[in-house]
Design a binder for this molecule. Sequence first.
Ligand code: TRP
Length: 454
Amino acid sequence: MKTRVLTGITTTGTPHLGNYVGAIRPAVAASKRDDVDAFYFMADYHALIKSDDPARIERSRLEIAATWLAAGLDPQKVTFYRQSDIPEIPELTWFLTCVTAKGLLNRAHAYKASVDKNTDAGEDADAGIPAGLYMYPVLMAADILAFNANKVPVGRDQIQHIEMARDIAQRFNHIYGREFFALPEVVIEEQVATLPGLDGRKMSKSYDHTIPLFSGGQKHLRESIMRIVTDSRLPGEAKDPDSSSLFTIFRAFASENESTAFRQALIDGLGWGEAKQVLFERLEVEVAPMRESYDALIARPAVIEEILQEGAKKARAIAAPKVAELRDAIGLRSGVSVAPQANAPKAAAKGGKAARFASFRDADGSFRFRLFSSEGEELLLSRSFADPKAAGVMQKRIKELGSVAAVVQVQPQSLGLELDGEAGGATPDFESEQARDEALLRLRGALDQLAAQE
Ligand code: TRP
């Protein structure tokens, strides 16, 4: 079985070297593994909480998409999409909001930090805090749960959000009485390097000290490297590689051997200016070919758009049946599905046709049955039973079930009927989601007819 790995990238800002080494490169590498089914997406709804500058949001979405593709992400293998192209995510967000304890959200670090800041400044606790910031963890839970992701690689600052997603999932499962959601696990990549920025503090877009990965081109990369803060040791004086940002960045790109050689050169007195040139040239070996693809992609936004639309299609093929199943489970059903309950007894009493079972023996000798609607449509094919009695018991259980108690699994092209967590049977495949959803109503109608029969 493949592990479904999912992560989101907030689309504010321009990717820098720290993002590349800490997130993009390991994620692209993980996506190539055969045992991984990767879902990577641009969290542009989340970005709205952090930025109200439309031009910045637009630019960042484009740059981030181009960056991931240029870094080697294969959109054929990975499901790569924009959060805002998946309407099921906000819909699920609401379902989850309704089961999320407000107290849980009160305890979110990011929200609490904003409250503390206000309180310290003598302001009202919630001054200037958008409700979006407050709801951030629920939206994030929906991102993850819509796809039943198993593993979520994130930075340390996001651990609490994954814990909250588990909490919310558990609560939903508990309330609606079934394992609708797999519980996601956080993955913290311990191996990957955290790069220092120009001033030696951790490279982060919150400080103005990053080294951009592609933007500004080769020239800007070189200029940024030349601005990395060093100590004042002169050429010829021994440098301490372990306290040097230059060396830390170099090591994140180079092999063991190269790093050992660079370390020695610094100890032997290599001047900082020359050392920066060495770093620049080593970075270029990895960055230059990617920059070329990046520039080509940025010049053709329509190509990126098409890739993302394809990605959204793939993602929705999973999220849409999931949300349809949830709608059904929580009672957001078409009014039509309730009506047959009232009509069924009459229809049967008039001697008219009613839903019925037909048992048969399969080619392999096992026992099965079909459920037909009053119109003669095949609604369900049971699983096979070795024992005809067991098949009979299952028929009886289905007969007594009624539509309200029926647990229906919605698959992309079909429906499954579950009894006590066990598969009872499935519908044939349908041509479209609409056909499937219409069949769901007929299935429910038939179940009510059966339940109304003596
Ligand atoms: N909040 C995450 C961050 O800032 C981005 C994100 C949004 C995310 N949705 C997600 C990460 C779902 C993992 C899974 O880094």
